[in-house]
Write a protein that binds this ligand. Structure first.
Ligand code: PLP
Ligand code: ZN
Length: 401
C-alpha cells in the first residue's frame, strides 16, 4: 500500500503457524491457530537513510513514523496530538551505582499512559476499516485510552473493567462517553465474560494482541527511543513493566524493522519486570517454556500488571529472548518505594506500573541482567497523577485480595 500517508503496510502474519492474511479487511486473531497476527511492511521500498534523517523535520508526534504504521489515508488518523515523550537522565541512582539511568516518561501522553500509543493507531485503523462499535476488557488505562480515541472517532465504546479497579479509572472512561461495566475477577475472568456478553452483537474486540494494530502503536516506543538516543546512544537495556507484554512485542518489532533497514546495529536487551505474585512471563523465562502458563493466585496493587494469563505470550517471550533479555520480579512494597523515590528524588510522577522498573534495579544488578558501566532505560508507562491521593501504606497493610 503506497497512498496518502505512504504507509508500507503489506500483510498480517501469524508467526506461530505462518498463516498470512490480507490486512484490507477487519480481522482479529489468526484464523488458523487463534494466536496474534502481526503486520509486515514493504521495507525494501523505503529509502531508509534519507527517511531516517528527514524525520526531524516532521512534527514531533508518533505519526512521524507513518510509513511504518498501518493507516493508509490521512483522514483516518484519529489524533489527540500524541507527542514524542521525554527521555530524561535520572542522575545518580543510589541503588544502581555506576549505571547510567534514563527514564522514558509516557505519562506525558493523552490520557496519561502509553496505552494512548496503541489506541491512537488501533482506533485510526478501525475507523479506516469501517469499525465503529468497539469494546475492550481492560485493567483501566487501555479502557480510558479507547474511550478517548473512540470519542475522537465518534465511535461507540464499551469498556469492561475488574470490579476492584481503583477510581478514578472507571469515572475517567465514563467521562469520555464510554459505557463502562465492572465485572468480577481479574482481567482473565473479565476478558472471558466480556467476550461472552459481546458475542453476536457486532462489536469489535480491541484487546491487546487480539487486534493486530495496537502493537503497531506500541512499536513507536522503540522507534522513538532509537531516534532520541541517536547514533551510539542506544541503551544497553530497556526495563519494562510487563502485564500483557505488548510493549515488549512492539519495541522488539521496532528494533527488528530498524535493523532490517540498516538504521541500527544493536538491539537493546529487553528486561521484563513483573510483581512477585503475578509473574507468569518471568516464570516462563526461568523455566525455559515457550509460553506463559496462567498464574494461580494473582495479586498486586499495580492494576496494569495484574495480568495472570497474557494472550499470545509466545510473542512476548520471543521478544525478550530474541533481544537476549530477561526478567525479574518486585514486591508491592518495592513498587511503592519506587513511586515515592521517583517523585521525591527525581521529580517524576509515576503510576505503580511506571515505577516498577525503577524498583527492579537492585534485582537486575544482583542477577547480572544489567552491569555497572552500562546504560539503562526505565520505561515509565503511566503518570502517577491519578494515584495522587492513594494511601499506599493502607493499601500495603490491607494485603492481597
Ligand atoms: C501503566 C501501565 N503500565 C504497564 C501495563 C502493562 O502493559 P503491557 O500489556 O504492554 O505489558 C499497563 C497495562 O494495563 C499499564 O496500564
Ligand atoms: Zn496462526
Amino acid at each position: 500500500m503506497a497512498d496518502g500517508t505512504g504507509s508500507l503496510l503489506q500483510r498480517l502474519e501469524c508467526r506461530s503457524c505462518c498463516t498470512q492474511v490480507d490486512p484490507g479487511r477487519p480481522v482479529g486473531v489468526c484464523p488458523t491457530c487463534g494466536l496474534a497476527l502481526l503486520a509486515t511492511y514493504a521495507l525494501d521500498r523505503l529509502e531508509a537513510t534519507a527517511w531516517w534523517s528527514g524525520l526531524s523535520s516532521r512534527p514531533a508526534t508518533l505519526w512521524r513514523y507513518r510509513e511504518l504504521l498501518p493507516i493508509g489515508s490521512p483522514e483516518s488518523i484519529m489524533t489527540l496530538g500524541e507527542p514524542m515523550t521525554p527521555l530524561v537522565p535520572l542522575g545518580p541512582v543510589p541503588e544502581a551505582d555506576g549505571v547510567a539511568v534514563r527514564l522514558k516518561d509516557d505519562g506525558a501522553l493523552p490520557t496519561g499512559s502509553f496505552k494512548a500509543r496503541g489506541m491512537a493507531v488501533a482506533v485510526s485503523r478501525a475507523t479506516e476499516l469501517g469499525l465503529r462499535d468497539l469494546y475492550v476488557p481492560s485493567a483501566g488505562n487501555a479502557g480510558i485510552a479507547l474511550a478517548a480515541y473512540g470519542a475522537r472517532a465518534r465511535s461507540r465504546v464499551r469498556v469492561y473493567l475488574p470490579e476492584r479497579t481503583p477510581e478514578p479509572m472507571p469515572s475517567a472512561a465514563r467521562a469520555y462517553g464510554a459505557e463502562v461495566r465492572l465485572l468480577p475477577g481479574t482481567l482473565r475472568e473479565v476478558g472471558a465474560a466480556a467476550r461472552a456478553l459481546e458475542a453476536g452483537h457486532g462489536g469489535f474486540d480491541m484487546s491487546t494482541l487480539r487486534e493486530p494494530y495496537r502493537v503497531e502503536g506500541k512499536k513507536t516506543m522503540g522507534l522513538e527511543i532509537a531516534e532520541q538516543a541517536g547514533p551510539g546512544g542506544m541503551p544497553d537495556a530497556i526495563v519494562y513493566p510487563t502485564g500483557g507484554g505488548t510493549g515488549l512485542v512492539g519495541m522488539f518489532k521496532a528494533f527488528s524493522e530498524l535493523a532490517t533497514l540498516g538504521l541500527i546495529d544493536r538491539v537493546p536487551r529487553l528486561l521484563a519486570v513483573q510483581p512477585e505474585h503475578c509473574a507468569p512471563v518471568v516464570r516462563a523465562l526461568r523455566e525455559g517454556s515457550p509460553r506463559a502458563e496462567p498464574w494461580e493466585v494473582p495479586t498486586t496493587l499495580a492494576p496494569g500488571l495484574l495480568v495472570p494469563a497474557p494472550f499470545s505470550s509466545e510473542r512476548v517471550l520471543e521478544a525478550i529472548r530474541g533481544s537476549r533479555g530477561g526478567g525479574v520480579t518486585v514486591s508491592d512494597r518495592e513498587i511503592v518505594a519506587g513511586v515515592r523515590a521517583l517523585a521525591a528524588r527525581h521529580g517524576t510522577s509515576a503510576s505503580p506500573e511506571g515505577a516498577a522498573p525503577y524498583a527492579a534495579l537492585p534485582h537486575l544488578l544482583r542477577e547480572r541482567l544489567i552491569r555497572p558501566g552500562e546504560s539503562v532505560l526505565l520505561y515509565c508507562t503511566g503518570s502517577g497523577i491519578p494515584f495522587a491521593g492513594t494511601d499506599w501504606d493502607a493499601r500495603l497493610d490491607a494485603g492481597p485480595g
